[in-house]
Structure formats: structure tokens, C-alpha cells
Design a protein around this ligand. Structure first.
Ligand code: MSP
Length: 535
């Protein structure tokens, strides 16, 4: 049985220019997807844009251009950011594409035919920003959106409703039978207590107050609610309901394929309540997991242009390199929890883990193999002493931990484990003291063993880090002298596979950063858009 994996990011609203927060979610998904591919999974990784809705229509009008021209422009900014971050998505879905629009129309017609939706009228408190209706209780006396805090307006319109009541039991059964459907686990209780227990209303799924959306064929003047339109991207991108549906069959329809949606906490309700119900109505399987990551905040709260605290990604990547920025995102902010970006932590994390720990291990090892053996890495001849045994054990444990944790999407923890292996190897150098072994001819075997153990660890660490180090892992392998066709996960996991390789000392991959200078540099980057906006 082949191992299959389908991972998606939310499709982003092209309403603003993307920032480090958007890059965070997509980069983490990219790291997960690359990790699975490295381990031989048949992987499909999707991202894209959610291009319909009132907000986009309003933004376009404010600029005096058509909504399509508006979203086309923003789409370029997003694709350019993904290329800067070296995102390896297999497809990029835009909800204005014909493949999507046509399929959503058909899905809606099916819902009408099966009486999953019905025509009625809706009155409620509407938040334009969230494109959501709220009840009287939810908006409170102040009439503020419970999601974003903005003022809501009272509205009434003719609308279609989706019969949530028809699918609620099945949803709860799915929750029960799949305890890890919503991760982190606390998010499930939130959904049940805040939305399901108080009584789930039927969901309004069309709008008549604007027209930038997919039209309802059965009722002119109605467009399909942006969330029904948006969520289906996860299957339309695979070809569901289209002539070529081979990807849909290969991934979605294979019950053994793990289907994972990664989202921010703000959109959990739509992914864990309504999306499974829509899928039930289509008689399709549900996702295996919805993983809810936290928000990346700044010291003064959410990133926003008006606050002038937005980190523009391209100059950050240009200055520190894409590998370092990706590493920071994966390692510093625990995946699944909220985190805060500070320039100090950014620089310190890169110095501690990449320069002092990993970079140092690589430099020392390659220099010693060059010095003691003219560059040829000694063969593995077993573990000669307790120190060898200890490091070999950490090597094996790291592989097991990495696999289990990355399958559980514990990305941060999995890389903490990789860095512990690297620390263990640095400690092993101190304890083995190869410089002393080199002076004693009776210790020649131990010296050779020491070099072999170090080189095996670096090969493994370089490989496990390759989903993050999209450029520098290759340079690590160059320095170890691993031939291109031997740079595989299996080889890296085989202790001793570096025996006989000829090292090649190269540039320092992660030079140490001057904390004060770099903090200043990042603070200036944050200030730049504010000045621009004011100018
Ligand atoms: N279009 C909807 C999603 C539809 S999915 C079928 C949407 N788009 S969004 O652009 O507003 O936000 C999408 C996602 O961007 C969030 O869920 C979150 O994953 C990510 N983030 C936006 N800002 C972020 C941070 N500051 N930090 C972390 N993630 C952030 O909602």
C-alpha cells in the first residue's frame, strides 16, 4: 500500500498584501509536505486564493478597477511571495478559475435537488469584514462582531439555507469516532461548547446584496456564500466533478490517503463544522484532520499596516536567506500555539541553533576530517566506546522521534529533537576530545570512529533539516562529499553510510550575527511600510 498525503493551506483573501503571518502558515505546510515527500509519501500540497465576496468587490471599487483585475494583481503578489519562500505547492487554486466556478455551481444544484438547501429569508447582524451573520446574543448590546470586534449592521435578504440539522448527528459521530480530527484537542471543545451546544442554526449560503460571487443558476440575483464557495476549493483543485478527476480519485477518494487542512484559529468553525457537513451532503469522505495553528503576533498585537508592525518578507529573506527565515518560523513559534515575533528572538534563535550549534558542528567536523585524514571520511567499524554508543543511540532515537512527531504535525518539537541530536554531537566532540586522540597512535581507531560518528550525524541532521533548508542542505551534503544520487532519506538514516566520502570544506553556512546590528536592521524593516504609507 503506497502512503499518500494531501495537505492544504487556507485559501487567502487577496484583500491585502501578504505578510509574515500568511507566510507562516504556508511555510509550515511546505515543510510538512517536503518532509513527507522526503520519506516517500505520494504527496499533494495545495494553496490558493479566495477571490469572491463583498469585501473584495468593495476594495476593487475603491481602486476604480474590476474585481477580477484587482484579484489578478494581488494574486501576483502572493505567487511571488511563495516563490521567495521556496514554497513547493503542487497547485495554486483561485476561486475565480473556471474549473472551480463550474463545479461549485453543480454542487449547489445538487444541494437544491436533494433539498439540502431551501429558499427563505434571513435577518440578522452582518459583519462585512468576516462576511458572517451573527445573532443578537453574539453581537451583544454594543453590536460588535464577536470575531473581529468591528461594528455589525442589521440586514434582511432572501437567501438559501443549508440544512445543518440534517447532518449534525453525523458530525458528532465523526467527532467521536475520530478523536484527532481537530488538533490541538482543545479546539474541539471550543467548537462544541461555543457553537454546537447553544444550538446550531441552519446556515445561510447565498447572498443578494452584491454580485461578486458564483451565481446560483436556480435563482437569479443570488450568489453563493463565500464560505461554501471557498471550502470546496479543497476538492475542485483535485478535479472533483470535472473531466479529469484522477487526482481527486488518487487522493481524496482513497480512504488510506491522509487529508489534512492546516488553518488559523479564526476559521476553525467553518472547517470543522460546516465543511464536514457539506461533504456529507455530497456523499464524500471527510478530511482526516484539521490542524489549527496559532496566530503570529507582534509585541503590540496583531500585525497590521496601520500599526506599522508588519514584517515585509522579501527583504527579510534577502538579508538572512530563505533557509534561516523558514527555520525561525518552524522552530521558534510552537506549531499549534500563538507566538510572538520579536527581532531579538529572531536573531538569537538563528545564532544559537544555526551558527553555534549546527554550523559549528559542520565546520569542526569537516576541518578535522580534512586535517586528520586528508579529507577521506573513515569507515564505520561499530561503536568502540560508550561515547560512540551514546551518540549512535541518540541518532536512532532522533529518526524515530522525527517520524512520529512529524506525522503528528508537531513540527516545532520534531526540529527541537533534531537540534538535540546536533547538541549531543557537539558535546560528544568535547567529551571524546579528538585533538587528544590524534596525538596518541594507540587511539587511532577511536579517532576514526569519532570522525565517522560525527559525519553520520551531520548527514542525518542535514537530511532531516532539508524540508526547511531548501538551499543549504545541499551545501551540507557538498561539504560532506555525498554524491548526488546518494542524498536520500534512507542513506541518511543508515549509520555509517558516509564512510569513504571525501569532505570538501566550503563557506560558513550560517555566519554568526551581530545581535545589536541585526535587531536594528529588522526594526528598520518594520518601520519602512509606515513611512511609505505616510509619505
Ligand atoms: N479566505 C479565508 C479562508 C478560506 S479557506 C477555505 C480567510 N483568509 S485570510 O486571508 O483572512 O486568512 C487565512 C489564514 O491566514 C488564517 O486562517 C491564518 O492561517 C493565516 N494568517 C493570517 N494572518 C496570520 C497571522 N498573523 N499569523 C498566523 N497566521 C495568519 O480567512
Amino acid at each position: 500500500m503506497s502512503k499518500k498525503f494531501y495537505i492544504t493551506t487556507p485559501i487567502y483573501y487577496p484583500s491585502a498584501s501578504p505578510h509574515l503571518g500568511h507566510a507562516y502558515c504556508t511555510t509550515l505546510c511546505d515543510i510538512i509536505a517536503r518532509g513527507k515527500r522526503m520519506r516517500g509519501f505520494d504527496t499533494f500540497f495545495l494553496t490558493g486564493l479566495d477571490e469572491h465576496g463583498e469585501k473584495i468587490q468593495k476594495n476593487a471599487a475603491a481602486k476604480g478597477i474590476t474585481p477580477q483585475a484587482f484579484v489578478d494583481g494581488v494574486a501576483e503578489t502572493f505567487t511571488s511571495l511563495w516563490s521567495t519562500m521556496k514554497i513547493s505547492n503542487d497547485d495554486f487554486i483561485r476561486t475565480t478559475q473556471e474549473r472551480h466556478v463550474k463545479t461549485v455551481e453543480d454542487i449547489f444544484s445538487r444541494f437544491v435537488k436533494n433539498d439540502d438547501v431551501y429558499l427563505s429569508s434571513y435577518k440578522g447582524w452582518y459583519c462585512v469584514h468576516e462576511e458572517s451573520y451573527w445573532t443578537e446574543t453574539q453581537v451583544g448590546d454594543e453590536h460588535l462582531c464577536p470575531e473581529c470586534g468591528r461594528p455589525v449592521e442589521e440586514k434582511e435578504e432572501g437567501a438559501y439555507f443549508f440544512r445543518c440539522s440534517k447532518y449534525l448527528d453525523r458530525l458528532l459521530k465523526y467527532y467521536d469516532e475520530n478523536p484527532t480530527f481537530i488538533v490541538p484537542l482543545g479546539r474541539k471543545a471550543e467548537m462544541v461548547n461555543n457553537f454546537i451546544k447553544p444550538g446550531l442554526n441552519e446556515l445561510c449560503v447565498t447572498r443578494t446584496t452584491f454580485d461578486w460571487g458564483i451565481p446560483v443558476k436556480e435563482a437569479p440575483g443570488h450568489v453563493i456564500y463565500v464560505w461554501l464557495d471557498a471550502l470546496t476549493n479543497y476538492i475542485t483543485a483535485l478535479g472533483y466533478g470535472q473531466e479529469d478527476d484522477s487526482k481527486f480519485k488518487n487522493y481524496w477518494e482513497d480512504p488510506d490517503c491522509e487529508v489534512v487542512h492546516v488553518i488559523g484559529a479564526d476559521i476553525t468553525r467553518f472547517h470543522t463544522i460546516y465543511w464536514p457537513m457539506f461533504l456529507d451532503a455530497m456523499e464524500l469522505r471527510k478530511p482526516s484532520k484539521v490542524f489549527v495553528h496559532g496566530l503570529m503576533m507582534m509585541k503590540d498585537g496583531k500585525m497590521s499596516k496601520s500599526k506599522g508592525n508588519v514584517i515585509p518578507v522579501p527583504p527579510l529573506v534577502e538579508h538572512y536567506g530563505v533557509d534561516s527565515v523558514r527555520y525561525y518560523l518552524a522552530r521558534e513559534i510552537v506549531f499549534g500555539q500563538d507566538g510572538q515575533f520579536t527581532p531579538e528572538q529572531f536573531v538569537e534563535r538563528l545564532n544559537a541553533d544555526l551558527s553555534n550549534n549546527f554550523g559549528n558542528l559542520l565546520n569542526r567536523t569537516v576541518s578535522m576530517i580534512a586535517k586528520y585524514y586528508g579529507g577521506a571520511t573513515p569507515e564505520y567499524k561499530g561503536d568502540l566506546n560508550d561515547l560512540d554508543k551514546g551518540l549512535h543511540e541518540v541518532f536512532n532515537k532522533t529518526i524515530a522521534a522525527y517520524e512520529v512527531m512529524s506525522d503528528d504535525l508537531k513540527v516545532t518539537e520534531s526540529y527541537a529533537a533534531v537540534m538535540e541530536l546536533v547538541s549531543a554531537a557537539n558535546k560528544y566532540i568535547e567529551e571524546s576530545a579528538p585533538w587528544a586522540l590524534a596525538k596518541d597512535p594507540a587511539k587511532a581507531d577511536e579517532l576514526a570512529s569519532c570522525m565517522q560518528h560525527l559525519s553520520s550525524v551531520i548527514f542525518l541532521a542535514g537530511m532531516l533539516l532539508s524540508p526547511i533548508f531548501v538551499t543549504k542542505s545541499e551545501k551540507v551534503f557538498d561539504q560532506l562529499g555525498v554524491p548526488a544520487d546518494k542524498r536520500t532519506y534512507e542513506n541518511a538514516c543508515t549509520f555509517g553510510s558516509t564512510g569513504g566520502l571525501v569532505v570538501c570544506k566550503g563557506e560558513q553556512l550560517f555566519p554568526r550575527l551581530d545581535v545589536a546590528l541585526e535587531v536594528e536592521f529588522i526594526k528598520n524593516l518594520m518601520a519602512a511600510p509606515k513611512e511609505k504609507a505616510a509619505a
